[in-house]
Each structure stands twice: as structure tokens, then as C-alpha cells.
Design a protein around this ligand. Structure first.
Ligand code: PXL
Length: 279
């Protein structure tokens, strides 16, 4: 069984980060090891939230794993809390990187042209170093524009997206994937770039109106799970994009829909069937 380490916060209520990654990766057949970076009452999109930083636990926890000789097929980081914590995660990447495993970084810090409330430009700089240790990164356009110091645009050409991807890849990741890319009216998806082959990959599906927090976490978790199931990165991103769109569609149809997260629980059986894991 593939073993994935996922590093992100636990938002006790809010359907994002760890509470999405753990069930999704488990459902895709991965042994999932978790490293909670912080414990919050709710995610930071709520007006009020508590935040218990777990940075001082990262060293002791990882040294136990090191002493046990544990290795990971993938290390996947999502929402992190502080710059000090990012430095520790970079050390962790150095410790657990092997020639065959995958370091997957979702540099969660911003969306829709704005940084999340907890972060500033120093935090962006720290993320730039973090992505330089990754094999695969999956920022959205806001995060990519902050990381590359390019203007954020919500109206853009394919040329702009390709520039963002090439600039990101100069920082080191082999595969850079931009999420939330819309190059045709009514469509949205991803565009990726392989630094070694210099090939681009565009995949768009129908845009479904509605914005929910946590959809990026669902996308990344499915992508990591599918890569662990042996899929090529392009196929994994396509499955993740389709599954995320499907889940948004199902959520919108739910009369009890919440503004803070998607109904990934409802679509979990479709994910498992689609992966051929149901028999
Ligand atoms: O889904 C991104 C995310 C994860 N974790 C926390 C967040 C957010 C987005 O706002 O606040 C705590």
C-alpha cells in the first residue's frame, strides 16, 4: 500500500485541509499519515477562529518517524500556518525526499486576487522557497502571480498562463500546474507544464457557478491519490478537476448547502468507482 504523509492544519469545523485530505486519500487506498500544523476552531474564512500553532511538535514527531525508518511514497503539504513552520517543513522535505517519491506542494495562501487574512508578503517569500523543494506544485492563479511577482489578472490570455507556468518552473518544481484556469467562456480547469520536456497540458471542463472554500484541497487530495494509484500527472489532474467540478455541482443542488465547504462525502462513492477501487 502506498504511504502518503499529508501536512496541513486541522480546521475542526469547515470542511477543508486535513478533514478533506485524510478521508479522500484513505478512500483512494493510501495509508495516510498526518502531520497537523495547527488546530483551528474553524477555517480562517469565519469571522472568529482560534489557532493553536503545532510548530513545536513537528521536530519531535518527525524524529520518531526517522528513528523508526519510515519512508513515504508522497509528501503532500497544504495550508501551513507560519514562516517558522515552512522552514521546518523544508527540513522535513530534505529528510524524507527519496529518488522515487513525490513531494507535492499546494502553496495555499490566497485566492481571487487576495492573500488569506493570516498571511503577508514575507509568507509568500517563504512559500517560494518551499516550492523550490517540490516535484509537483498546484497553485491557483492568485498564488502563482504572488510567487512570481507578476500582475494578478482575472482576464487573461493563454500567453499569460504560460508565462506564469514557465516562471514558476524556474524555481525548481518539475511539474507546475495552475488551477482555476479559464481560457474559454463557460469553461474552467487546469494548465500544467513539465520543466524537463517543456510540454504544456490544458484541461478544461464546464464551469459551474459557485465558490466554496476547500475545493482546492479536494482537488489536490484526489490528484495525489491518483498519482499514488499509478496515474500519469496529466491523467491525475484531469480526474481531480472532473471530480471537483462534479462535487461542486452536487453541492449546489443540495438545499442544505453550506458556504464553507463542498459535499465531498456525497461524491466519495463516485470517486471510488471511477478509480476502479469498488471491486
Ligand atoms: O482550504 C484552504 C484553507 C485551509 N485551512 C485553513 C483555511 C483555508 C482557507 O481559508 O483558512 C485554516
Amino acid at each position: 500500500m502506498k504511504r502518503v504523509l499529508t501536512i496541513q492544519d486541522i480546521s475542526c469545523l469547515g470542511k477543508c485541509s486535513m478533514t478533506v485530505a485524510l478521508p479522500v486519500l484513505s478512500a483512494l487506498g493510501c495509508e495516510t499519515v498526518i502531520l497537523p500544523t495547527a488546530v483551528l476552531s474553524t477555517h480562517t474564512g469565519f469571522e472568529e477562529y482560534t489557532f493553536k500553532d503545532m510548530t513545536d511538535q513537528i521536530g519531535p514527531i518527525t524524529s520518531v518517524w526517522r528513528n523508526e525508518g519510515i519512508s513515504f511514497d508522497a509528501v503532500y503539504s497544504g495550508y501551513l500556518g507560519t514562516i517558522a513552520q515552512i522552514r521546518q517543513i523544508i527540513d522535513l522535505f530534505r529528510t524524507f525526499k527519496t529518488k522515487d517519491n513525490v513531494i507535492f506542494v499546494d502553496p495555499v495562501m490566497a485566492d481571487l486576487g487576495k492573500l488569506y487574512p493570516a498571511f503577508d508578503m514575507e509568507y509568500v517569500k517563504a512559500n517560494l522557497e518551499l516550492i523550490s523543494h517540490a516535484d509537483i506544485i498546484v497553485p491557483n492563479i492568485t498564488e502563482a502571480s504572488l510567487l512570481t511577482d507578476m500582475d494578478y489578472r482575472d482576464n487573461y490570455s493563454e500567453h499569460y498562463i504560460r508565462d506564469l507556468l514557465r516562471k514558476l518552473s524556474e524555481y525548481g518544481p518539475k511539474i507546475s500546474v495552475l488551477t482555476g484556469v479559464s481560457l474559454e467562456p463557460g469553461k474552467i480547469g487546469i494548465m500544467g507544464y513539465d520543466r524537463e520536456t517543456k510540454e504544456y497540458y490544458l484541461y478544461q471542463n464546464q464551469r459551474i457557478e459557485g465558490s466554496f472554500l476547500g475545493t482546492g484541497d479536494l482537488f489536490s487530495s484526489v490528484a495525489v491519490g491518483e498519482i499514488m494509484r499509478g496515474k500519469d500527472w496529466r491523467e491525475a489532474m484531469k480526474i481531480a478537476a472532473d471530480h471537483t467540478a462534479h462535487t461542486i455541482e452536487v453541492t449546489i443542488a443540495d438545499p442544505d448547502k453550506r458556504w464553507y465547504g463542498v459535499d465531498f462525502e456525497t461524491t466519495m462513492p463516485d470517486l471510488i468507482c471511477g478509480s476502479g477501487l469498488s471491486h
